[in-house]
Write a protein that binds this ligand. Structure first.
Ligand code: NDP
Ligand code: MG
Length: 408
């Protein structure tokens, strides 16, 4: 995709590390960088299990270092990079090394909780982090926010709703904000009955009407769990309490986020549903790039509609909001249980309906055994995450029964 630009920085090209370079966000990031070669250099790229795709993106971008999480892919990665001069490494430590390679900005786009360690390493080394991986904040939000403040560095929101709100906020005073609203497309099941949603197949859940994304976030979007994760993400990112965070279903995915102020003014962030828009905004922040991202044609869109989310048909959103209100580390538990439940759904071990049930039951069981607590550190969050995964696996093995999340 053609993209032209002015230099992102007066000091010369900005050097970027891309974690999750072979995924949906990674490819969009590579597309923006490839279209603006004079503005960026790529210090390192990291991927999970696909050495060939990783080598391709490393070559395309002229990366200096390529790291694959799966150690068994080392030989294939080295072969695929032969003659390129690009250094290859594999294993979890290699991904951390990629995160720590000297750079101006790290794009954190590994899917799921696997992204927490490498992203935190980058933040702790003082890197500016363009944060796509929402699981970092849901799993270990307080530690990330504390570390960003301690290091005097920034978490720039890539997630489209948070990016829209970030742009709509400007430098306004948090106290003068009445409400922040995140919009949700409503996903493929927006107009379906509860009975039909309960029986949805993985193929149906993976058909998102507006966005092309990785499988985990696409399933999260179909049940509105993604919006729940995003409300938790917004809570930590913007330092705003649950009561001032709202969700509206907006099928056109044109208005991504809104900020309502105490004087009655409302500002909003609009764009075509194309992740290259928020990615380009973060990569060049505080400047702007000219990109080939889709343009918004409001006359062609015609109508913009907004409706309240239906918690009865989309219980995952309620479960996530309950977890945020309950506190006590329940967002960490919710995030872990959800990853296990989504994987089980994609393996056809449970129904779509069971995802929210299983997550809620794991949260409930954590509260009931008296171990629930706010994570004190990333290590503590990952320990809570580990226990929640084991608990969810045990519930899966037993077959789950319904529970209710209450405050601890
Ligand atoms: P994808 O599944 O498309 O891509 C995930 C990437 O992470 C791949 O490059 C994958 O490599 C890599 N990966 C997986 N495990 C590891 C690991 N242990 N170490 C290093 N790399 C790893 O996901 P998306 O791009 O859709 O999403 C990425 C993140 O961004 C998620 O947290 C998601 O919630 C968030 N996000 C995504 C949006 C989107 O539009 N896609 C929008 C907003 C947020 P491999 O393929 O080789 O396994
Ligand atoms: Mg989003």
């Amino acid at each position: 995709m053609a993209a032209t630009l002015a230099k992102a920085d007066d000091r010369g090209p900005r050097s970027i590390v891309i974690l999750g370079a072979t995924g949906s966000i990674g490819k969009s990031t590579a597309d923006i960088i490839a279209g603006a070669k004079e503005a960026f250099t790529v210090a390192a790229v990291a991927g999970g299990r696909d050495p060939i795709a990783l080598a391709r993106v490393a070559r395309d971008l002229g990366a200096k270092f390529a790291a694959l999480a799966d150690p068994s892919g080392y030989a294939a990665l080295k072969d695929a990079l032969a003659g390129s001069g690009i250094e290859a490494a594999a294993g979890p430590d290699a991904v951390i090394e990629a995160a720590l390679r000297p750079s101006d900005m790290v794009m954190a786009a590994i899917a799921g909780t696997a992204g927490v360690g490498p992203t935190y390493a980058a933040l702790s080394a003082g890197r500016t982090v363009a944060l796509a991986n929402k699981e970092c904040l849901v799993c270990a939000g307080p530690a990330f926010v504390r570390q960003a403040a301690a290091m005097g560095t920034r978490l720039l929101p890539v997630d489209s709703e948070h990016n829209a709100i970030f742009q709509a906020l400007g430098d306004s005073d948090l106290a003068m904000i009445e409400m922040m609203t995140l919009t949700a497309s409503g996903g493929p099941f927006r107009t379906w009955t509860a009975e039909a949603i309960a029986k949805a197949t993985p193929e149906q859940a993976l058909q998102h009407p507006n966005w092309s994304m990785g499988p985990k976030i696409t399933v999260d979007s179909a049940g509105l769990m993604n919006k729940g994760l995003e409300v938790i993400e917004a809570h930590y990112l913007f330092g705003i309490e649950a009561e001032r965070l709202d969700v509206l279903v907006h099928a056109q995915s044109v208005v991504h986020g809104l900020v309502a102020f105490r004087d009655g003014s409302v500002t909003a962030g609009l764009a075509a549903p194309d992740m290259r828009v928020p990615i380009a905004h973060c990569l060049s922040y505080p400047r702007r790039l000219t990109t080939g991202a889709r343009r918004l044609d409001l006359a062609a869109v015609g109508q913009l509609t907004f409706e309240r989310p239906d918690f009865a048909r989309f219980p995952a959103l309620r479960v996530a909001l309950d977890a945020l209100r309950a506190g006590c580390g329940l967002p960490t538990v919710l995030n872990a249980a959800n990853e296990v439940a989504v994987a089980a759904f994609l393996e056809r071990r449970i129904s779509f309906h069971d995802i929210a049930r299983l997550v809620e039951q794991c949260c409930e069981a954590t509260l009931a055994d008296g171990t629930a607590h706010d994570p004190e550190s990333v290590a503590d969050a990952l320990a809570i995450d580990h226990i929640a995964r084991e608990r969810t696996q045990a519930l899966l093995a037993q077959g789950s029964t319904f529970g209710m999340v209450t405050a601890c």
